[in-house]
Design a protein around this ligand. Structure first.
Ligand SMILES: [Mg+2]
Length: 374
């Protein structure tokens, strides 16, 4: 039987460890503007009272240096009940290094680990700690890489819709910076033929189109194949462009996955750039800032959608009254089921918030060791 945690007065963060794993993809992957063959995950483990909290980010290995050189001094000795305060202190400690990218990813992994630690110390599921608006969160299957041949795309779609019963799917388009639009259309057509009329189809150009090109393509996706979600039709840095695409189409325009702080999200929604705001706990500043991003979207009457890392997002997504869904991303499904015990089941098209303490996932150190790079 596990030892009870020490008294509340002794809850102090006494340990912090950062591990980096690089997991090869099962086959080459690309979207409209990037290609990759492996995914790197930076894992943060924090300890207090003999209990371990786990957080991670899908970021470059450089985030480990931020965790160890800048954030550990803020975290060690802190009270794990006061997570937003620790995260704010970490943000301030990194002032001179610039917030976006590796720094915010490191802050995010630490914030998530601390929330998990707090929930485990209190023997509470994370979703209960945040306070649920719903018991389970809708997901959509996400993958459909431009590198896939038709057979691979079809079998992935069949897995999501047929085997797992997920009624929403997303594929990548904008191949080669929007220079292969005929294939984009053919792949959307294939998607509709595989998933049938009932499933929602989403497309993600990852900023691969120009403005007018995106309007022309979006009209065809919508009119010919019933696509309802157009993610990053143009660069998410081009807020006026997103707004222009939005103004010309009925299809929902979404962006926000590169948001690393509250100001980014506030600026994006104030520009009228999106119909649904995306936010990623592993980038934006962890659970602490994700909840603020959801509130920023809600303040403009918008929904929020959680970007990737489904096993981390489910718990906080359940706390957002304006949640649309969580992205069930192929790569992260693979990694989170390979390297952790306790991954959530996608079948039925929704993730049920776990009744286990914290987020309920535990790193399988021995299984992960072959992928460890630092
Ligand atoms: Mg995307």
């Amino acid at each position: 039987m596990a030892m009870p945690p020490p008294p509340r007065s002794e809850w102090t963060v006494t340990g912090l460890e950062c591990l980096v794993f690089t997991v090869p993809t099962d086959q080459p992957e690309a979207d409209g503007t990037l290609e990759w063959s492996a995914t790197t995950m930076v894992v943060v483990l924090v300890q207090a009272g003999g209990v371990t909290g786990t957080g991670w980010t899908y970021a470059g290995a450089g985030s480990k240096a931020v965790v160890e050189d800048q954030l550990s001094a803020v975290v060690l000795g802190a009270d794990p009940m006061d997570v937003p305060g620790i995260t704010e202190a970490g943000i301030r400690a990194c002032r001179n290094f610039g917030r976006p990218g590796a720094v915010s990813s490191a802050i995010s992994a630490v914030d998530i680990a601390l929330w998990d630690l707090k929930a485990r110390l209190l023997h509470q599921p994370l979703s209960a700690l945040f306070g649920r608006c719903r018991a389970d969160v809708p997901i959509y299957g996400s993958g459909g890489f431009t590198t896939y041949d038709d057979a691979t795309t079809a079998s992935q779609l069949e897995l999501w819709v047929g085997d797992w019963g997920i009624p929403r799917v997303k594929i990548k388009i904008g191949e080669s910076w929007g220079t292969n639009t005929e294939r984009d259309l053919a792949r959307v057509k294939l998607t509709r033929s595989v998933v049938g009329d009932a499933a929602e189809i989403y497309v993600d150009a990852n900023g691969g189109y120009t403005r007018k090109q995106a309007v022309r393509m979006g009209r065809r996706f919508s009119d010919e194949y019933g696509v309802v979600w157009f993610e990053e039709p143009v660069s998410s840095d081009d807020l006026a462009g997103l707004r222009e695409v939005r103004d010309h189409l009925d299809i929902d325009v979404a962006a926000g996955e590169y948001g690393y702080d509250e100001t980014y999200f506030a600026t994006m929604v104030a520009a009228g750039a999106v119909d649904c705001l995306q936010a990623d706990v592993t980038r934006c500043g962890g659970y602490t800032v994700w909840l603020r991003a959801a509130a920023i979207a809600g303040s403009r009457g918008l929904q929020v959608s959680a970007h990737c890392a489904p096993n981390l997002h489910a718990h906080v997504a359940a706390a957002a009254p304006n949640l649309r869904h969580v992205e069930y991303f192929h790569d992260h499904h693979r990694i989170e089921t390979m390297l952790f015990d306790g991954a959530l089941d996608p079948r039925g098209g929704a993730l049920k918030t776990s009744d286990r303490p914290g987020h309920g996932l535990t790193l399988r150190i021995a299984a992960a060791e072959e992928f460890r790079v630092r």
